[in-house]
Design a protein. Structure first.
Length: 455
């Protein structure tokens, strides 16, 4: 979630559970975090631990899905308290992550291919009839009716970024199924139509930039041109890749890359940051910027005139790690086995954590979704949580965020944080999602149109 939207969402949620660290109904303190009988986890069972966290987080999107649509619930709270939106609220971007997670479940033997195919057909049938705005879905949908649930007063229409995350997932699913059965042919055909219906070029307003939102009630009043590096690279790639509504290369160069001003010559913890992040007063940002676009888009060997994307993403993860080890604010618990900052729940509501915007909260998804970039450092976090603090782990994997500094955590999950964990771990282990997405012919065409080189 972009920092602008994070701030809005944070204001909303902070009204409900902002800093109430002494409210027993809202907060679970860490005093009783359990230590298991195992003193250390040998290298030989690391695969088993990876299997465990993948199975748990995949289950968020399988058993925990909204039952009518089959899509991912925006959030699942184990305390069953939903103060800001109904439990049947589904998230389009998080559902894109979820359909990719289910593919991992098939490959790992957690879910049968037959059952997954039936679920995918239910999902695309729902999406066909759900509210769309020039082909783009809204950020939130009512899982029972398919009608838009406003993310904010003026955010009640098309959300092109969330749509890009959803399309990334659907195209990956379409590449997985070979179309040898009637059901598979039906699924692939339905996904192809959903993909072709997105009017990417319309969201430029005729300008050399993509706009994030459009509302049938408020038009372009949200006024959010997507410019400068953040989580949205996949949106520009898919917009160029569209077989029906493509953007021109100038939209990418002038809008996203700001005529080359996106390139940075700065370093942080002696590591080049490569690109200027969306908020130029920060050298780096929340780690989801190294995850969301790269669930399918493989940064290894990916480059264009502006960046080496493996260096960009790997360095961001390493900067987060180095920051936690240095721990300049002396926050309790930080170190080589507890690091990683991203947008998540926190002691101040929903918050965009990063090394330069740090309030003492670590989000497990940040390190765990960075396995391809920092495997040893990410494994230390996984082992630490599951060995030393297993009360921070619930039915669907590690809870969303933790603060030892504030003696705080909540038994709650967000789809956009759980989804990247099993997907990026699988990309680290086998490259499954990267291989599927990158073999899509439209995607290859879009990358070439924008001047990317890739392996």
């Amino acid at each position: 979630m972009n920092l602008f939207k994070s701030l809005f969402f944070g204001c909303l949620l902070s009204l409900v559970f902002g800093c109430k660290t002494n409210d027993k109904k809202d907060v679970n303190v860490l005093e009783n975090a359990k230590l298991t009988a195992v003193d250390s986890i040998p290298e030989s069972i690391n695969s088993s631990l990876l299997d465990t966290v993948q199975k748990q987080t995949i289950n968020y999107f399988w058993e925990g899905a909204e039952p009518n649509s089959g899509l991912a619930r925006e959030r699942l709270h184990m305390d069953d308290v939903y103060p800001t939106s109904p439990k049947h609220t589904v998230t389009t971007g998080g559902s894109g992550f979820g359909v990719m997670a289910i593919l991992v479940g098939i490959e790992r033997g957690f879910i049968s291919k037959k059952d997954a195919l039936d679920r995918y057909l239910r999902i695309v049938d729902f999406l066909e009839h759900a509210d769309r705005f020039h082909g783009a879905w809204p950020h939130w949908l009512n899982g029972e009716t398919g009608k838009v649930i406003p993310f904010g007063k003026k955010d009640n229409g098309g959300d092109l970024v969330e749509t890009a995350f959803l399309i990334q997932g659907l195209l990956t699913v379409a590449e997985y199924f070979d179309g040898h059965t009637e059901k598979e042919k039906q699924l692939v055909s339905k996904i192809d139509k959903l993909w072709r219906d997105v009017e990417w070029d319309w969201y430029t307003k005729g300008e050399d930039v993509l706009y994030w939102h459009w509302s049938p009630s408020y038009g372009w009043e949200m006024n959010f041109p997507v410019s400068g590096y953040n989580e949205c690279l996949i949106m520009y790639v898919l917009a160029a890749a569209s077989p029906t509504h493509p953007i021109t290369k100038s939209v990418y160069e002038k809008g996203w890359a700001k005529d080359g001003a996106i390139v940075s010559d700065k370093s942080f913890y002696d590591l080049p940051v490569v690109l200027n992040y969306e908020h130029n007063n920060f050298l780096t940002g929340p780690l989801f910027w190294a995850h969301y676009s790269y669930l399918g888009l493989n940064p290894k060997g990916l480059s264009d005139q502006y960046a080496d994307y493996w260096k960009l993403t790997q360095n961001q993860a390493k900067i987060h790690y180095k920051y936690a080890v240095a721990n300049p604010k002396n926050f309790k618990g930080y170190g080589d086995s507890l690091w990683g900052f991203t947008s998540s729940y926190s002691v101040k509501g929903y918050y965009g954590h990063s090394p330069e915007n740090d309030i003492g909260v670590v989000s497990p998804t940040a390190a765990l979704s960075s396995f391809p970039y920092t495997p040893k450092e990410s494994m230390k976090v996984l082992e630490n949580i599951y060995k030393n603090h297993d009360s921070l782990v619930g039915k669907y994997g590690p809870y969303d965020a933790v603060s030892f500094e504030h003696n705080w955590y909540m038994p709650r999950y967000l789809a956009i944080d759980q989804g990247p964990i099993p997907v990026m771990i699988e990309n680290y282990r086998t490259g499954l999602l990267w291989d599927l997405f990158m073999k899509n012919k439209d995607v290859q065409s879009g990358l070439e149109q924008l001047g990317f080189k890739y392996n």
